[in-house]
Write a protein that binds this ligand. Structure first.
Ligand SMILES: [Zn+2]
Length: 177
């Protein structure tokens, strides 16, 4: 499913696309013809949530824009009060999540997927991590050909695990340094 250069049915107007493509992007992950770029702002937010062994798992959603084969994560949502936080599980409150998705969409940013922390340098997604992102992809209304699952390393952000799912299969992206 994820191949070629068209990653989403873009409905953005040209002037919006130009505004959203900021030059101060910092980290890129590439694979299956996709270049996933994290904005400086998103990276800064990730830095605050790197998990050590005593902290609970944290997570949220990824928001951004796409153009051709480039996907830019402009902003991430971070844990809210309604979220249940535990070391090995993370479930956010659905109502709050939908409100955030609508707010971001009104700013021209699409929901692109989810992120959460693991207390590992080189995190690997669990079976339920994969199940959860597939189910979100398959059960929600969207125009994307994939959703992103991002698992934040407790070391450097570039060591994080990044996969795309099309609802039935995952494609791993690798940090481009
Ligand atoms: Zn996980």
């Amino acid at each position: 499913m994820v191949s070629g250069t068209q990653v989403g049915v873009s409905t953005l107007k040209l002037e919006q696309e130009v505004d959203l493509f900021m030059p101060n992007c910092t980290i890129r992950f590439v694979g299956v013809g996709i270049e996933l770029i994290f904005s400086f702002k998103a990276i800064e937010q990730f830095e605050k949530f790197k998990q050590n062994l005593t902290q609970n798992e944290a997570g949220g959603m990824l928001f951004g824009s796409f153009k051709g084969n480039q996907v830019i994560v402009e902003e991430i949502s971070t844990p809210s009060n309604g979220d249940k936080r535990a070391l090995f599980s993370f479930i956010w409150e659905k109502k709050a999540a939908n409100r955030v998705i609508k707010e971001q969409y009104s700013k021209g940013l699409h929901y692109l997927g989810d992120w959460h922390t693991h207390p590992e340098v080189f995190p690997e997604p669990s079976g339920s991590d994969i199940e959860s992102i597939r189910s979100t992809f398959n059960s929600s209304k969207h125009e994307l050909k994939f959703f992103i699952l991002f698992i934040l390393s407790n070391s450097e952000v570039v060591k994080s695990h990044v996969v795309l799912t099309d609802g039935s299969k995952e494609y791993k992206l690798n940090a481009h340094t």
